[in-house]
Design a protein around this ligand. Structure first.
Ligand SMILES: [Zn+2]
Length: 250
């Protein structure tokens, strides 16, 4: 019903981007997604298009991950689909040593009367909270506030247990490069590539990471400049007022 598992890969420097699509449901389903050894130091596994995982598939994915854990490869899962989230919440140690960067969450727009899956950042949801809350999001179509469409306590339970990304800047850079190469591939060879998921994930990671506050020294000097301009203007006005009074008295 969801079709056989297919995968796409893109090597960037010492890293490998691997996207799975379809069902993980049979022995050897992940054979095509094997990572060569010796191979990349880092693997980013995109699970956004995994529609179904059977119990055999759960074991396959855990074996795939533990093999890379054993080899010391740094693995990050991105875009985890709802079916992957279900397994993260129910199967102990499902992701092994992998960091979980982003996942899909079910939201609903009452105005559009439509389910609207939203990609969330694991660290943002799970950070330092006893009870994870669904972050506020607005509908991309009508901009109304969305309602979270599941039970927060159970859907977000895994966010407090899993490892999150230790270097989001590096992940963003990596996904950005993957996205760039795939856009080029899309132009050259349209039918064989996935849509541009890495770009969307990059934007998501960038939201949290790449908006540092302006450096304080510069902000301070701007404030100083404004102060001097204002003080100068005030002095000018006072001089005019005094001159006016003196001229009138005289
Ligand atoms: Zn809407």
């Amino acid at each position: 019903m969801t079709g056989r598992l297919s995968h796409e890969r893109e090597a960037v420097d010492d890293g490998l981007y691997l996207a799975l699509r379809g069902s993980i449901d049979a022995d050897g389903a992940l054979r095509g997604a094997a990572v060569p050894s010796p191979g990349p130091r880092r693997v980013v596994l995109d699970l956004g298009d995994v529609a179904r995982v059977t119990s055999i598939g759960v074991r396959e994915l855990m074996d795939w991950q533990s093999e890379l854990d054993r080899r010391g490869v740094d693995v990050t899962w991105v875009g985890c689909s709802p079916t992957i989230v279900t397994q993260l919440n129910h199967v102990a140690n499902f992701a092994g040593k992998a960091a979980i960067a982003t996942f899909s969450a079910p939201y609903f727009c009452e105005r559009c009367n439509r389910e609207t899956p939203i990609a969330l950042d694991t660290a943002e949801v799970g950070r330092g909270r006893r009870e994870a809350k669904a972050p506020a999001r607005t509908c991309p179509t009508c901009t109304s506030p969305l309602q979270f469409d599941d039970i927060e306590e159970s859907y977000f339970a895994f966010t407090r247990e899993v490892r999150t990304v230790s270097d989001p800047v590096a992940l963003r850079r990596f996904l950005s490069e993957v996205g760039r190469r795939r856009r080029v591939a899309l132009i050259e060879d349209q039918p064989t590539v996935l849509e541009d998921r890495p770009a969307a994930l990059t934007a998501l990671v960038a939201d949290r990471v790449e908006s540092p506050p302006p450096p304080p020294s510069r902000a301070l000097s701007l404030a100083d400049r404004l102060f001097y301009v204002a003080a100068g203007a005030l002095a000018g006005v006072l001089t005019l007022v005094v001159y006016h009074i003196v001229a009138n008295v005289a």
